[in-house]
Design a binder for this molecule. Sequence first.
Ligand code: IPM
Ligand code: MN
Length: 368
Amino acid sequence: MKLRITVLPGDGVGPEVTAEAVRVLQTVAEFAGHDFQFQEKRFGGAAYRASGSPLPPDTLDACLQSNAVLLGAVGGPDFDELPRHLRPESGLLQLRMALGGYANLRPAVSYKSIADCSPLQPAATEGADILVVRELLGGLYFSEDRGFSEEGTSAFNTMRYSVEEIERIAHVGFREARRRRRKLTSVDKANVLEVSQLWRKVVSRVAREYPEVKLEHMYVDSCAMHLVNDPRRFDVILTENLFGDILSDESAVITGSLGMLASGTIGGTVNLFEPVHGSAPDIAGRGIANPLGAIASAAMLLRYSAGLEQESRDVEFAIHSVLEAGYRTADLARGRSRIDLVSTVQMGMQVEKVVSDILDSRHAYHAV
Ligand code: IPM
Ligand code: MN
């Protein structure tokens, strides 16, 4: 198959981790006989520096003309003082809006081999496997009704959702739950917010179309507590934009490092794949960032944008297997005093090796 992928390395550790994700995708293409074409474009702070805009028109055009976008990370302390519309984060929000993907899927799983990285008890996290389905184009992030009062003594944002926006994200949540363990927890603040009362009503109505999925409603504060107390009780968590932003970072605690987490945004014209972690300016350029979140995002790209479910699983298996073999980047060193750390590139090459071995043997088998 032919696939055009726009790569937006972005800022900080973004270029380092996306290079490893591209390495793995190239290997998949080569060994499985696909034609993946990569085109790299400036984005975020890097684009602002070069052209005065975090999302230059040629970057956006390239994204819109591709089959999938692979993004590293954006932002950094250099850009904190810029007006809002020029900030790298604003480029990211503009890109999300332009690509139209409203469903952001953020899996958080516990890996047995790095269970010691989590501050949670291994007994509590073992086997945890959560998918946060975060609404990505609505709520406080995108409301037009926002700003500062004239005197600057107050400021406001508005959380607003339409029935249609809730319905479409609810369908994604239920469909994902149906392919998993058929449990969906819808998270809101319906004891206080009207928008959450509407959310609850609409989700309950959509649930009737998925009788095989068990639905529960939970308040966001309670969910935040249960996530670290008993993460195994969750399968799919369905929630609005800001709650999902917060809960998905929190769910990284289950895995042990934010560097491990992947995300994929679907539902629009072009799907967007990016690790959950940020640009990590403190470790940028040192070659020590964990590329596994970016590589796992590439696995999601294979699943959701290329329809290559088997190859997607192969990459996920490879991630498990390099961790089991003991390879760790610096963020995974917690709890171990003497441990051999690997660099970003070494970690990427280990994953690449496992993936090529799997694909090679499968190919050889089919050729016989
Ligand atoms: C994320 C990030 C972004 C968000 C920022 C960088 C705009 O935190 O992808 O979770 O809040 O969505
Ligand atoms: Mn976030």
